[in-house]
Design a binder for this molecule. Structure first.
Ligand code: UD1
Length: 419
């Protein structure tokens, strides 16, 4: 199994191009199931999760053409299978995103229940309740969700709590439902807005994308479209944090600062200098001391939970103490014990982590536990003295495109080693 070896202590310097967003690509691929017209998606990142979603579509019967430069074209004129099996769903929970489209377009689907994962129990009860409110008959049994509907009916449904893929699943389902659907307390993430834009290009009638209320007038058919996926804000911010903690100076291109207001504000208050030379680039540097801050994760436009692990590393290297509160997932501090092995002074109590900053982390063998946790270990390795060897890096390949190549281009001493 591959590992990543980092020799720390070199500042990140140079220019890096940000890839398309994983969390916008997955729903857009699932949305293709809503039409038999051809869907052409560009700016698709090369990631394990994207391959898994393409594999899932392939076994439903999608004909997929991949062009490394131009993107992916999907032809769903021959969908033959409505089942998402356990083997695929357990490797990627976002497989649940095919549920709404298959039910809306074909009136049936059978999807493995995703189960728990490293960051908590992660239920899908709201996806199910929402589809039931639209008239679907849903049974749970044998680890599967079996759903049937003649035609979904418009409804009014409120999410509690806010859920990103839940909002996306119901939004997709509502596009082909009969009548009007009003979804309240929706996720406002840029990836939800990107999905809405893709659906609108397919002919869907959606109002309110980016607000907490989505109003959808169901249509009888959707058509093919061309859509370019937005840049990955989590990848961008991960590199930004890397520049700050190594006291480097980097320019991100194909990046959107507008999608990163909360992280940018936080990094500035820690001492980073952040500029926006134009609408698609961000320059980040840090020369002086890094100051500790408190932070609390929350749904967009709050501070993203997908950056919590990376920020813990940065606060561990800051002057002073900080309290990090995780409000989105119940068990998202698995990376703390690995960071402690590198010398980080972090104590977890319930959903808060108390961090006492220090100027030093020391390289050690560590193990990645989930996608964003693995990114935090790479960042810790960049700042640490000596060598950090990270195992189970398959987690990182789910969500970061060629991370070691991109970091090497920024002067980092990092390599992938097999065995
Ligand atoms: C998405 C992102 C993930 C990110 C997360 C939160 C994708 C593919 N993944 O995951 O990277 O970390 O948003 O920003 O876009 N919940 C329920 N019932 C449900 C659904 C969710 O109680 O039916 C709860 C969850 O347990 C969690 C909270 O809602 O506490 C938010 O989870 P959710 O937004 O659904 O996360 P995902 O969509 O799975």
């Amino acid at each position: 199994m591959d590992k990543i070896l980092v020799r720390g202590g070199r500042p990140l310097n140079g220019t890096i191009s940000i890839s398309g967003a994983k969390n916008a690509t997955l729903p857009a691929l699932a949305a293709s199931l809503l039409t038999t017209g051809r869907i052409h998606l560009s700016n698709i990142p090369h990631l394990k999760d994207v391959t898994t979603m393409l594999e899932l579509l392939g076994q439903h019967g999608s004909a997929i053409t991949i062009d490394e430069k131009l993107g992916v074209e999907i032809d769903n004129s021959n969908i033959v299978n409505f089942m998402a099996p356990y083997d695929l769903v357990r490797t990627m929970r976002a497989s649940i995103l095919v549920m709404g489209p298959l039910l809306a377009r074909y009136g049936q689907t059978e999807i493995s229940l995703p189960g728990g994962c490293a960051i908590g129990s992660r239920p899908v009860n709201l996806h199910i309740q929402g589809l039931r409110a639209m008239g679907a008959e849903i049974d749970l049994g044998g680890g599967y969700i079996r759903a049937r509907a003649k035609r979904l009916q418009g409804t009014r449904f409120t999410f509690d709590p806010v859920t990103v893929t839940g909002t996306e699943n119901l939004l997709m389902a509502a596009t082909l439902a009969k009548g009007q659907t009003i979804l309240e307390n929706c996720a406002r993430e840029p990836e939800v807005v990107d999905l809405a834009n893709c659906l609108i290009a397919m002919g869907a009638k959606i109002d309110g994308a980016g607000t907490s209320t989505l109003t959808i007038e169901g249509v009888d058919h959707l058509q093919g479209c061309r859509h370019a996926i937005i840049p990955d804000r989590i990848e961008a911010a991960t590199f930004m944090i890397g520049a700050v903690l190594t006291h480097g100076d980097i320019l991100l291109t194909h990046a959107s600062a507008d999608a990163l207001r909360a992280p940018i504000d936080k990094l500035k208050s820690m001492g980073a200098i952040i500029e926006e030379p134009d609408a698609n680039s961000i320059r980040v540097r840090c020369h002086g001391d890094i100051e500790a801050v408190d932070l609390e994760t929350s749904p967009y436009p709050g501070f993203p939970t997908d950056l919590q692990a990376q920020m813990l590393v940065l606060i561990s290297l800051a002057k002073g103490t900080g309290i990090v509160t995780e409000t989105v997932f119940e068990n998202r501090f698995m990376h703390v014990s690995e960071l402690q092995r590198m010398g980080a002074d972090i104590r977890v109590r319930g959903n808060t982590a108390h961090v006492r900053g220090s100027k030093r982390l020391i390289g050690a063998p560590v193990m990645a536990t989930d996608l964003r946790a693995s990114a935090s270990l790479v960042l810790a390795g960049l700042a640490a003295e000596g060598e950090t060897l990270i195992s189970r890096v398959y987690h990182i390949d789910r969500g970061y495109e060629r991370i070691e190549e991109k970091l090497r281009a920024l002067d980092a001493d990092i390599q992938r080693v097999s065995g």
